[in-house]
Write a protein that binds this ligand. Sequence first.
Ligand SMILES: Nc1nc2c(ncn2[C@@H]2O[C@H](COP(=O)(O)OP(=O)(O)OP(=O)(O)O)[C@@H](O)[C@H]2O)c(=O)[nH]1
Length: 496
Amino acid sequence: MVLAQLGGSISRALAQMSNATVIDEKVLNDCLNEISRALLQADVQFKMVRDMQTNIKRIVNLEALAAGTNKRRIMQQAVFTELCNMLDPGKPSFTPKKGKPSVVMFVGLQGSGKTTTCTKYAYYHQRKGFKPALVCADTFRAGAFDQLKQNATKAKIPFYGSYMESDPVKIAVEGVERFKKENCDLIIVDTSGRHKQEAALFEEMRQVSEATKPDLVIFVMDSSIGQAAFDQAQAFKQSASVGAVIITKMDGHAKGGGALSAVAATKSPVIFIGTGEHIDEFEVFDVKPFVSCLLGMGDWSGFMDKIHEVVPTDQQPELLQKLSEGSFTLRLMYEQFQNILKMGPIGQVFSMLPGFSAELMPKGHEKESQAKIKRYMTMMDSMTDAELDSTNPKLMTESRIIRTARGSGRPVRDVMDMLEEYKRLAKIWGKMKGLKIPKKGEMSALSRNMNVQHMSKVLPPQMLKQIGGMGGLQSLMKQMGSKEMSGMFGGMGGDR
Ligand SMILES: Nc1nc2c(ncn2[C@@H]2O[C@H](COP(=O)(O)OP(=O)(O)OP(=O)(O)O)[C@@H](O)[C@H]2O)c(=O)[nH]1
């Protein structure tokens, strides 16, 4: 991904700004111009970049910037918030429910990865306990039905299509009716693509949509199309009521900024991204980690922030040490589950540890998520110390899985689910291998900055002004030690 380049350019712009002795309007403008240039190069649409620039100028208080020692962070936070807002259209998309038949129609240009993505989407839901089915209403591309058939057979997903029939509407209607009768709860209709946006394609899409009345229309977009993303997404939105977006080929050389444009054009959220040709190279899309990555804040500082928020202070050095050695074990996962459960009602926990949010705790399903975490912990209670402390999932042989299932009174499938979850998290957290642990002083400086940020939100604005804004608060906390300050102002009610 070329996202790293974007991160690098933004980091350089921020560093230049924080090195300036005096922060005035010009320095701020120069920094914003640099950031805008970097975003444009990453294929974010021009108008969006311009709006973002205006918004940041409105948010960032020049006085606070001048006084605060951590200018870079203040700006970075502002850019981060703006990009997150761009990617969050403010309303979640339709989500299928198990046991209740839903029809989901896929649209997109030829070669965008539509057919592959239909199967990935079906497979993802199948693993979550859905009964999906695939309908090939793509009669335009020779070979489309064969491709879908092959993919579906591999994933053991029922499919419907025809070599003879040339009317996509007829096939779509027949397929949907048939799978409704067969009690499938997620009927996925793959439609034709074209090499470019053209009237015939849109008319066909409209007819299929009218005949099958989908609960959700997903627009599939190739991430490498660059600045064309906005117009393409908008054209699809105008012809079919697109309710969600999936961006494919994020593993390639795409710059990633197109995702922002697609959301803006369709006013619909990105729900998944494709990260490879294989059926399981498909990830739930989570706005915050994506933007962290886009800004190059990613792995290190974003990760640290989250650890500071969720992991108790005394556990932090040990956790970081283990991660730097690349040993994310089941025991570590267990301890992080404990931390999350201790934080109280999950619904109120705004930020979670990296990787823990979207997959494990989808919004609106907090109760189930909490129960799932407890179930996972019960299963881990039946594992041996060697298993918990190992980073090698192969230790969990078939017989050990059966034994753990029996020991915890859970079905074997649940143990396998838990191990899958572990593998997923180990992949995310494994990226921390080789990280440089901050020295003691650096660590407390980091926590202090976190606390300054937090305090500035918690304190009534009047009081913050009296203290001398962000800069005043920062030096005050330095003098008093951030812990005492946290104690002093604790319980004043914050933003979460
Ligand atoms: N690297 C990578 N390749 C992908 C991804 N998604 C799809 N592809 C590949 O992109 C190519 C086109 O995918 P298809 O699924 O055939 O595209 P389509 O949009 O259905 O094309 P039409 O049916 O002609 O409209 C195939 O070679 C896929 O394997 C992805 O996330 N990453």
